[in-house]
Design a binder for this molecule. Sequence first.
Ligand code: 13P
Ligand code: SF4
Length: 309
Amino acid sequence: MTTLTSISEEILDLKRQRHAIILAHHYQDAEIQDLADAVGDSLELARKAQEFSGDVIAFCGVWFMAETAKVLNPQRIVVVPDREASCSLVESCPAEQVRAYRRLHPDHVIVSYINTSVEVKAESDILCTSRNAVQVVNSIPADRTILFLPDINLGNYVKRETGRENMKIWQGSCIVHATFAARRLVKARVERPNALVAAHPECPQDVLAMADFIGSTTAIIKWCTSSDADEFIVMTESGVLRSLQKLAPEKHYYFIPNENCNCSECPYMKRNTLEKLRDALLNLQPRVELDPEIMRRAAVPIERMLQIK
Ligand code: 13P
Ligand code: SF4
């Protein structure tokens, strides 16, 4: 029988043979995070992918994140453990609809969340992540109309934070964060009166209104672990628990199950497993292969975002 240790050893062996780096998003299972060279949010992983000098990137996250890594590293092989590791936001925003919008409104600035396909990135003026979305929108001249896509909750949050009136927002949502219910958060706060609430901006506005802190996954981890408080209700994917516990094991973290599945897990992220990671390093498949012209066009808005500190 193959044990966890022997699969991990196989992965580390293959990693050496392939001159590979393993990048893992915070939403991956703990055993994948523990094998990774870097664990981070989407912005950190995009930057890490650029710093690396080997031949292969094994990207343990969802497909659009691996596409971003490929655009930034066109000469490297990028593999993802499971080809079906997608994202409901990507699925809500087909490139042909964005092209149709562009034809109707050629003067609008298209700000795309990193949770989009590479084809949508290629149609975009600038990219953003949950970490830098406010700064990105603030960098656009006030007289320009913006289309923010595809996340409605992040878009509305950014609109409130920046006070931008001339900002249209796509109607996509995250199946995990958008289904966290304020009703359940109210109940949790009654049960844990000393707990502070940290929330990802993909959550609905009534959830965000109750948050003591709003930020990307890494920002949430930093805020909880450096705060003086001991108890936190964490309104994001429960994979972040690994880093929370590593950095501040003495504190208590509570996750509120969402309305759809009674858990706080992303079903797309959780498609990746150690076995599939081993097979991806062995076979160098599923591999991200992109049209060179699409990559060239998608690199422009990504680089514009990376220039914003
Ligand atoms: P981060 O930018 O915080 O990593 O979020 C990515 C994501 O998919 C959130 O659901
Ligand atoms: Fe997409 Fe939501 Fe999963 Fe993040 S948590 S990858 S936004 S479906």
